[in-house]
Ligand binder design. Structure first.
Ligand SMILES: C[S@@+](CC[C@H](N)C(=O)[O-])C[C@H]1O[C@@H](n2cnc3c(N)ncnc32)[C@H](O)[C@@H]1O
Length: 251
């Protein structure tokens, strides 16, 4: 007997050819026959040093990184529609990665890996320098209570690490539905990136690229979106100095 869908984005067992949706919005791709399933879980991370991205995917292709990926909707959609790009998606919560992995596997997405890891560790230790074509960060945890702001993922040091891992001309995409967080993000990003705010829906996913974006739009919440490339000529050392200054640190 198939289990009933719980309406919370958890994958229900599905058969080949079936599609799925959450909040009434289709999840990109469809379930393939089991023999075509992929293995999208990246369980073993290096103790020291960076992930060998080419070895991981068995080829050299542009890398798209999704930090705090939740149930993986964005990366699944991107990996489904851009087979010539490889995708590494990470979240600190094992349960969401389990759901994401299952969906990625069932869609045969050999260009996608999911791992359980803290976003800060991913960008500071696990991603090689200048290797990512795109880094995406959809609705990072806002920590909205007073005094919690200092634990937010997007901070000057994190942005300096994004500069380190991006290719020249690479793309950083960030969005939130928390106005306070957005104000804070905007006050930092233009020091590192030529940054543009995007008040429109994403043309590739007008109903939302990620689960949280779809939810926020359904609830009538404002979604703050933006993207940018590293300021021309900025390098990691400069970005680090800048992050020290922005954080008010002196050496
Ligand atoms: C609001 S949800 C957004 C999920 C997804 N990006 C979306 O838009 O639907 C925030 C996600 O960030 C994850 N998260 C929180 N802190 C994190 C960290 N330090 N590193 C990686 N993921 C983190 C949470 O587990 C959660 O899945």
């Amino acid at each position: 007997m198939p289990r009933k869908r719980r309406g919370n984005g958890r994958p229900k067992p599905t058969g080949s050819g079936e599609t799925e949706s959450e909040f009434g919005v289709p999840i990109p791709g469809s379930i393939l026959p089991e023999e075509a399933w992929a293995r999208t879980a990246l369980k073993k991370l290096p103790q020291n040093g960076a992930i060998d991205i080419d070895a991981l995917f068995g080829r050299h292709a542009p890398l798209v990184v999704d930090i705090g990926c939740g149930n993986g909707r964005f990366s699944i959609g991107s990996a489904w529609s851009r087979k010539d790009h490889d995708h590494l998606a990470a979240d600190v919560l094992p349960v969401v990665i389990r759901y994401a992995t299952r969906r990625g596997n069932q869609r045969g997405l050999n260009n996608l890996r999911f791992c359980v890891v803290d976003g800060e560790r991913l960008v500071t230790q696990l991603l090689p320098a200048s290797r990512a074509r795109e880094v995406h960060c959809y609705h990072p945890q806002p920590f909205p209570r007073p005094g919690e702001g200092s634990v937010r993922l997007i901070n000057p040091f994190f942005l300096a690490e994004i500069i380190r891992v991006l290719e020249i001309g690479g793309l950083f995409v960030v969005q939130t539905d928390n106005s306070g967080y957005w104000k804070q993000i905007i006050s930092m990003v233009s020091h590192f990136f030529t940054f543009h705010e995007n008040n429109d829906y994403w043309p590739d996913a007008p109903q939302g690229r990620s689960r949280r974006e779809i939810y926020a739009l359904m609830k009538g919440m404002k979604v703050y979106r933006g993207f940018g490339s590293p300021i021309e000529g900025i390098n990691y050392e400069e970005a680090l100095k800048l992050s020290d200054q922005l954080a008010g640190r002196n050496h």
